[in-house]
Design a protein around this ligand. Sequence first.
Ligand code: FES
Length: 150
Amino acid sequence: MGRFEPKILAFCCSYCSYAAADLAGAMRLQYPGNIKIIKVPCTGKVDLIHLLLAFEQGADGIMVAGCLEGNCHFLSGNLRARQRVNRVMAILDRIGLEGDRLAMFNLSAGMGARFAEMAREMYAQVLKLGPSPINIARETAARPIVEVAA
Ligand code: FES
């Protein structure tokens, strides 16, 4: 079995946090390349089902990154997103998937360095947790059964 490389999704709102991610890139700040950014109009568009489906389809960790509280371009999208993230974290804990695989962050467009730091923190956290139990179960089920000749 190879070295575990976490698959991490980052739902970034198209205003502040996507701009922060862009700035991190423009500043050539280092953060793990296996964090895949999904641009959304606002974190308020990220629903419970999106987060749960992403885990079901193979994500080991998910970040939801929105504008600073009080600065959401759709007024309260980031507040609703935080409530949903908290609910999904509770669900993940209850079903044995570890709620710490999910995190919400708030950024302004000028916080490129913070975006890179947050991405490194999330990567380290998911690396410590190991592969998602869903991925472990999927890999185990796909492993061929080897028969030993008598
Ligand atoms: Fe950024 Fe709503 S527009 S979180």
